[in-house]
Design a protein around this ligand. Sequence first.
Ligand code: SF4
Length: 217
Amino acid sequence: MDPAAKIGPVLELLEQQYPKVYVTLDFSNPLELLVATVLSAQCTDVRVNQVTPALFKKYPTAAHYAQAPVAELEQAIYTTGFFRQKAKSIQGLCRALVKDYVGQVPSSLEELVKLPGVGRKTANVILGNAFGIPGIVVDTHCGRVAQRLGLTKEKDPVKIEFDLMGLAPKERWTRFSLQMIWHGRAICTAKNPQCSRCPLLPYCDYGQQAMGAVAPK
Ligand code: SF4
C-alpha cells in the first residue's frame, strides 16, 4: 500500500490508541525542556525527571548555568550518565543563549540548530512542546516505527523527518511523532514488536510479513 494512502488510517488509529500524548520530560519553560532533552541522551525520562526539580531550582536561568563551576554542574546531573559531556553541552548551550539571545531560547528551527550540540531532533522537541510550533521528532522509536510501517525507506533521521513531513498534515506533526514514539515504546519495540495486538497491523509492511496478514485494498 502506498504511504500516501495509508497515512490517513495510520493517523486515525494512532489518535485512537494514544489520545493523550505528551513529552514525558517534566518542564515549565523552554530552557528547562532544552536542558532536560540534553540530559535524556542515553538516559530514561524517569531518571531525568528525578534530577531536574533540584537542578531547575538551583539554575533558574541560562546565566546561572553559564556561570556555574562545571564540577558543581556535573555533580548535579551525575546520575543521568555521561555527566561530563552533558555538563559541558549544557554550559556551552547556555553561554550561547546568554551571548546571542539575552538568555532566552529562540523559537525557530533555524536559530535552534545553530546552538552548539542542538540538532533537528532536539530543536523539534523544543518547537513542538515548548512553543506549540509543529515539528516532527524522529528519535529511534519514531524512525523504527516509520520504517516498519513502510512510511519511509530512509535510514537517516533527517530524511525520515522530511518523508513524514510530506505525508502528515502540518498541524499533526508534533502529536504524530509523539504518538509514534509512544507506540515504539509500548508495542512496536525494537527487539519484540507485538504485531498481533497492534492496531496498525493492517497498514504495516513489516507486520504483514511477520504475521502473514492481508493488506487492505
Ligand atoms: Fe510495529 Fe508490528 Fe505494529 Fe507494524 S504491526 S507497527 S511492526 S508492532
